[in-house]
Design a protein around this ligand. Structure first.
Ligand code: ADP
Ligand code: MG
Ligand code: ZN
Length: 610
């Protein structure tokens, strides 16, 4: 992952340089070729004398011993290709030549001119060529600077990412399934519509609103909708772009953003992904660019402290890590109001699906209600993507209406990833089938576990197979049995390989990460280990030692994690041994069909479900 990240950072540079280099090469090449083509052939001085004698020289121009000239009629070029003739020429007059050239020329009736017969490259062009590389370099730097300033540029710093009031067309009609936060947002809209009303009765209006929630839950959308609903200008910037810019520019960008907003208040200043700069100074991110981050953050705080609420500028910010934010940001008068945007529940998902299918022609059998039930945990962004995938599949079929089957195929693609077109060796397929059956069967066997929705041995992305389990209803909290069940399920693939083949392959790597991660949280954060006790040991990020956790306690945590994972693995192996027949029949069916849906999978494992 890190390697790929570095790659991405380097490549744009190459890509930016390329047009400059190629452009230069082309200009240089063209000029050289043109020079060659225009240059008259050089002929021997004796050949030139012959032409003078033959009275065939029309005019000459001479600098020093170099003579350029033009013939009256073209003659064969000495030493040239067959049939090649010339009229223009240059020649060198030997210094020892003792002839009276001028007299001979006059006698032959040639004009002796002071201007070149062949036009030399102009001074301007010469200048341009010699300064070309410098100009290109300067231009390149200017352009780079411009890009780095987020489109501002040295000369065009006014060009903000500012959006005029009319251009925010997003309204509450585009945001669905967030009824619980709508009332809070409505209050802000009301204030922005008529700040004077609040001013009259001396009410302290909100100043900073922090939208917190998982990625894709619609925070950015909500901020835009607030501006759209209130009909006020919307100034937005992503916090990440503050720290990417040239050193020292972040703070001035912030100042500019607020100055512009104040000019046209009431307005909204929106800072997206604020955790990029608003991380608590003690936690994480101890590498370069820290000063820049802090300066920018301080500037935001200064700006927020500096204006009075009556001005009618409301600062909104979004983050998916409210827990890592610097407490200074959350003090009264700053982001003193936090609105948590949660992933939608089933009703919310249905509404979001309705919003996103407004302009999508649905077939009669496309049941959004059912789709909303089979997508627990999906965010607004996931659902928007799902609808779009469905429409793409329909378009590819060449059909006009999006059917239930299209949506089901889209859901499979979204949940499991796009299928990869590779032929697996038979042994590998078998192993994968046992592995996935192991996951699936353990999911089916354990009471209270999330039902298995899909099992597949079609390679997708990096995975050779997938087993998908999602809860029936939206779950908000988990108990210990459920979590242990999840760990057992995650280890099921590995356990099946051991039961059948007696050894384990590398395919279980990500399964182990899942299992260990769950166990780690159970012990370190959710107080589910008697030995460690109901204390929070592991912070959500950073080094636990920084918060005063002793080495000894950490050792105990490690031991407990190991114990839980080991116990779960033993259970997984035992369960699969006890249900060996079911494992075999599920695997056989999977090898035959490659993908099984919920009903097929349970039937293949010999379960009768209602
Ligand atoms: P976030 O900023 O929380 O990561 P975004 O606001 O960028 O999420 O959401 C991405 C897209 O997902 C939106 O443009 C919208 O199409 C869709 N979306 C997310 N939440 C909702 C919602 N509640 N209602 C309708 N669409 C939504
Ligand atoms: Mg966003
Ligand atoms: Zn697995």
């Amino acid at each position: 992952m890190t390697e790929r990240g570095q790659d991405n950072r380097k490549r744009p540079w190459l890509r930016r340089m390329a047009p400059v280099l190629i452009g230069y090469a082309i200009v240089f090449g063209l000029l050289t070729v043109q020079d060659r083509a225009d240059a008259p052939p050089t002929v021997a001085y004796t050949a030139f004398e012959q032409q003078v004698q033959a009275r065939n020289v029309a005019e000459v121009f001479s600098t020093g011993d170099t003579i350029e000239g033009k013939l009256r009629t073209a003659v064969a070029l000495p030493g040239g290709r067959k049939g090649e003739t010339y009229t223009k020429f240059t020649t060198e007059r030997p210094t020892f030549a003792a002839d009276d050239l001028l007299a001979a020329l006059e006698k032959s009736g040639a004009t002796v001119r002071a201007t070149p017969v062949v036009q030399q490259r102009g001074t301007l062009l010469n200048l341009l060529i010699s300064f070309g590389p410098v100009l290109l370099l300067v231009g390149f730097y200017w352009w780079m600077l411009k890009n780095q300033r987020g489109g501002g540029g040295l000369l065009g710093r006014r060009r903000e990412s500012r959006v005029q009031p009319g251009t925010v067309k997003t309204t509450f009609a585009d945001v669905a399934g967030i009824d619980e936060v709508k009332s809070e947002i409505s209050e802000i809209v009301d204030f922005l519509k008529d700040p004077a009303k609040y001013r009259r009765i001396g009410a302290r209006a909100p100043r900073g609103v922090l939208l917190a929630g998982a990625p894709g839950t619609g925070k950015t959308l909500l901020a835009r909708a607030t501006a759209g609903e209130a009909g006020v200008p919307f100034f937005s910037a992503s916090a990440a772009e503050f720290i990417e810019v040239v050193v020292g520019v972040g703070a001035s960008r912030v100042r500019e953003l607020f100055t512009e907003a104040r000019k046209v208040a009431p307005a909204i200043v929106f800072i997206d992904e604020i955790d990029a700069i608003g991380r608590s100074r003690s936690s994480g991110g101890g590498f370069g660019g820290n000063d820049e981050r802090e300066q920018t953050l301080n500037q935001i705080l200064t700006e927020m402290d500096g204006f009075s609420a009556e001005e009618g500028v409301i600062v909104m910010a979004a983050t998916n890590r409210p827990d890592v934010l610097d407490p200074a940001l959350l003090r009264p008068g700053r982001f003193d109001r936090t609105i948590t945007v949660s992933p939608p529940d089933q009703r919310g998902r249905l509404e979001i699906l309705r919003v996103h299918t407004r302009h999508v022609p649905l077939a009669a059998d496309a049941d959004l209600e059912r789709l909303s039930r089979s997508t627990p945990g999906m965010t607004g962004a996931d659902l928007a993507n799902l609808v779009n995938e469905g429409a793409l599949i329909t378009a590819r079929r060449g059909a006009d209406l999006v059917t239930a089957a299209d949506l089901a195929a889209a859901l499979e693609k979204v949940q499991l990833g796009a299928a990869r077109n590779v032929v697996m060796p038979e042994a590998e397929r078998r192993r994968t089938a046992y592995h996935e059956s192991g996951h699936a069967l353990l999911g089916m066997l354990q009471p209270g576990a999330d039902p298995v929705r899909k099992v597949s041995i079609i390679p997708r992305g990096r995975a050779l197979g997938v087993t998908l389990s999602t809860p029936d209803t939206d779950r908000y909290g988990y108990d210990e049995d459920y979590l242990r069940g999840r760990i057992i399920g995650a280890l099921g693939g590995m356990a099946a390989e051991e039961v059948i083949f007696g050894l384990v392959t590398t395919g279980a790597e990500s399964d182990l990460e899942v299992a260990t991660g769950l166990a780690r949280n159970m012990v370190g954060r959710w107080g589910m280990s008697a030995k460690v006790g109901p204390v929070s040991v592991l912070p959500s990020e950073g080094d636990p030692r920084a918060t005063g956790v002793s080495e000894q306690l950490l050792d105990t945590v490690d031991e407990e994690i190991r114990r839980i994972v080991e116990e779960c693995y033993v259970s997984a192996v035992k369960l699969l041994r006890d249900h060996h027949d079911q494992l075999e029949s599920l695997t056989e069916r999977l090898l035959e069909r490659e993908t099984l849906d919920e009903t097929e999978a349970y039937a293949a494992a010999g379960f009768t479900r209602v």
